[in-house]
Design a binder for this molecule. Structure first.
Ligand code: G6P
Length: 368
């Protein structure tokens, strides 16, 4: 056990640091020069994707958050309507299946009972095809789907998912590219997106260097009961994932809100006892987000803002800014995930919880 963990104190930390390699492995073979290899989804995929008019993605837990990010990408880059739902909800309601729709399941294990049940149901419901994005080649989900794209994260031992999540995001970017070809993504745009994907492992490595700084930051969270995570746009699901990581392993109650919803409820909770974590990349929504953060500051909230170097934001009393390397908007969800994983990890270590095996949770939920 210790041998496999190597120099790392926990599997979770090892897996966080394995992300540059896991991402590179997931990209490997799927790209050729400036292009996505269309056959990476199977030989039939290219013709089939050309017929697709809508996408439905179903998943649970961390995988559901990756699916939420993909909704923004598929609509923004591929121009296809995309809906996302947790599998346990999807499977127990009547739904209207859009014409020529692709049903996508997203799962690290490929054995999550609700996701598998949703797939089996979808196969009877008139979808054009099913696609599994999964980390385990011999899993039920992979066996039972028409198309498969494997994430190459390698075995993930820590119950709190880290490298499986970021490799799912990479796989979902590949799906966005495959669906967007011949639609909103022309050759120039494809070459740009592929170039960005190729730059990702090094970028993630750069962000991992924040580890020590985040370990220090974690001290401000140990004695807290609650934390609020804020994001906007495709960073909202990243805020959700940050909150999930923190609650899973540190047992601090954490929830995420799209920052624009603050005034519809959560502002009532703000005081100096509730840290507010915000993800603030330099994108079109930055000004909106900054005014949301002002609302928090005005009520005495303690802010921890993850922002890239371009974001004009001063460290003042009650505002802590953690700077991330500048990246393209496309990569931001991946880049901003890393410090939130590290934050949850270090808070859990300080609290002395069982980081790799948090109480009451299982790595894979194979019964309902
Ligand atoms: C469990 C795990 C989570 C995981 C979720 C979905 O709750 O603890 O880490 O995200 O199941 O698992 P899957 O294997 O379908 O991605």
């Amino acid at each position: 056990d210790a041998a496999e963990r190597g120099e790392y104190r926990h599997y979770m930390l090892k897996e966080i640091f394995e992300q540059p390699q896991a991402i590179a492995d997931t990209l490997d073979d799927r790209l050729s020069g400036n292009r996505l290899r269309p056959e990476c989804f199977g030989n039939e995929a290219e013709a089939l994707f050309a017929e697709i008019k809508a996408v439905t993605i179903v998943a649970c837990g961390t995988s559901y958050h990756a699916a939420q990010v993909a909704r923004y990408w598929i609509e923004a880059f591929a121009g296809l309507p995309c809906s996302v739902e947790v599998a346990s909800e999807y499977r127990y309601r009547r739904h209207v299946v859009p014409e020529q729709a692709l049903f996508v399941t997203l799962s690290q294990s490929g054995e999550t009972a609700d996701t598998l049940a949703a797939l089996r149901q979808a196969k009877q419901s008139g979808y054009r095809a099913t696609l599994a994005i999964c980390n385990v080649p011999e899993s039920s989900l992979v066996r039972e789907s028409d198309l498969v794209l494997l994430t190459h994260a390698g075995p993930e031992i820590g119950v709190a998912s880290t490298k499986a999540f970021t490799t799912q995001l990479v796989a979902l970017l590949l799906l966005t590219l495959a669906l967007g070809r011949g639609r909103d993504i022309d050759e120039t745009e494809e070459a740009r997106l592929v170039g960005l994907l190729r730059s990702l492992p090094l970028k993630v490595e750069e962000v991992l260097r924040l580890d020590e700084q985040i370990a220090m930051l974690a001290e401000s969270f140990v004695d807290k009961q609650h934390t609020l995570f804020l994001g906007r746009g495709e960073q909202y699901p990243i805020a959700m994932e940050g909150a999930l990581k923190l609650k899973e392993i540190s047992y601090i109650h954490a929830e995420a809100y799209p920052a624009g919803e603050l005034k519809h409820g959560p502002l009532a909770l703000i005081d100096e006892q509730m840290p507010v974590v915000a993800v603030a990349p330099n994108n079109a929504l930055l000004e909106k987000l900054k005014s949301n953060l002002e609302e928090v500051r005005a009520r005495g909230g303690q802010l921890y803002v993850f922002a890239d170097f371009q974001v004009p934001l001063d460290e003042t009393d009650g505002v802590n800014v953690i700077r991330l390397p500048e990246t393209d908007d496309l990569l931001d969800p991946l880049i901003f995930t890393i410090p939130l994983q590290l934050l949850a990890y270090h808070v859990a270590v300080l609290k002395g919880t069982d980081v790799d095996q948090p109480r009451n949770l299982a790595k894979s939920v194979t019964v309902e």
